[in-house]
Design a protein around this ligand. Structure first.
Ligand SMILES: NC(=O)c1ccc[n+]([C@@H]2O[C@H](COP(=O)([O-])OP(=O)(O)OC[C@H]3O[C@@H](n4cnc5c(N)ncnc54)[C@H](OP(=O)(O)O)[C@@H]3O)[C@@H](O)[C@H]2O)c1
Length: 291
């Protein structure tokens, strides 16, 4: 039995959609309305009743800029609530897969970040996500923490949908070209996680081999400008993309100038094929796509 928390978010919805490929497993998909993970008593009661074997925590406070003015709320969801889940997993012997962000890295490196590279989160969101990672691993050393970046899916509040709207409405979009990272197509990440779980369930991997911190994004490198340009090209929108510097688009929370993730650890450990971000972006626009 796999519990997906935050199941109405963009990543959570992908697990719900992919569940049909795994008829051998029961999925429990809970949004914040049916399982509020900041309510410890509710989490304990839920685990006592349902006894999930796996927990995939897609719940998070993800409003990067708003977090600067709501630090307590970000801390409650990204740290305290993760502690609730980790404790319940420890008590009931469940595996925990939890997500974190590229924004934890120091952002000033010229080569892709490995999991062991220094962290230096710049804003409230990134700091709470790092604290959440640490809390999960302290309570449950076997937890799997996956740091990911620039997540999008067909539905949800994300860069792709914002660009589609702005491109259609205005025909010209100014986008920062000096922040470099890699987009992550949420269904690719969800599929990778389910493959990892299946490797444990099939006995090909031991649960303890999931422990610790892992990077996952699509392959390739992009600036937000490159990404916006590719979105318009792929969607067939005739919009002009104008590159600007971050200083021309100030935000309450600072973003790392460079946050490309080195995925060799997860790719080699689980034999994953990770698609290039341009291929996944094209797949996102296919009519039959689940994205
Ligand atoms: N989006 C990105 O670009 C990005 C980049 C790097 C890492 N990540 C990480 O990837 C993970 C998934 O992100 P996402 O993009 O799918 O986020 P998302 O679309 O914002 O979804 C987050 C979900 O968490 C739920 N939630 C919030 N508080 C909750 C609570 N107390 N109890 C239960 N559910 C709660 C929200 O439900 P309500 O709407 O009902 O509150 C929402 O559905 C997160 O850990 C995030 O930090 C995301």
């Amino acid at each position: 039995m796999i519990l997906v928390t935050g199941a109405n978010g963009q990543l959570g919805r992908c697990f719900r959609q992919l569940a049909e490929n795994y008829p051998q497993w029961t999925f429990l998909a809970e949004g914040s309305d049916t399982l509020n993970i900041s309510d410890n008593a509710a989490v304990e009661a839920y685990f006592s009743t349902h006894k999930p074997r796996w927990v995939v925590n897609c719940a998070a406070y993800t409003a990067v800029d708003k977090a600067e003015s709501e630090p307590e709320k970000a801390e409650l969801i990204n740290v305290t609530s993760v502690e609730h889940l980790a404790r319940a997993c420890a008590v009931h012997g469940a595996g925990l897969i939890h997500f974190s962000t590229d924004y934890v890295y120091n952002g000033n490196q010229g080569t892709a970040f490995r999991e062991t590279d220094p962290v230096a989160p710049a804003g409230v969101y990134a700091r709470t996500k790092l604290a959440g990672e640490k809390a999960a691993l302290q309570i449950l050393p076997g937890a799997m923490i996956i740091r990911t970046s620039w997540v999008y899916a067909r539905e949800g509040h994300n860069f792709v949908n914002t660009m589609l709207r702005l491109g259609r409405e205005h025909g010209r979009v100014r986008v920062v070209s000096d922040q470099i990272g890699t987009p992550t197509c949420a269904p690719d990440l969800a599929a990778a996680v389910l493959e990892i779980i299946s490797q444990v369930e099939n006995g090909r991997k031991k649960p303890e081999e999931l422990a610790g911190t892992w990077n996952y994004s699509n392959e390739g490198v992009a600036s937000w400008y490159d990404f916006a340009h590719a979105i318009f090209e792929t969607a067939g929108i005739q919009a002009v993309t104008e590159p600007i510097e971050s200083s021309e688009y100030p935000t309450p929370a600072a973003r790392p100038p460079f946050s490309v993730l080195n995925k060799s650890r997860i790719r080699e450990q689980f034999g994953l094929h990770i698609p290039h971000w341009r291929d996944s972006l094209k797949a996102c626009f296919l009519p039959e796509s689940h994205i």
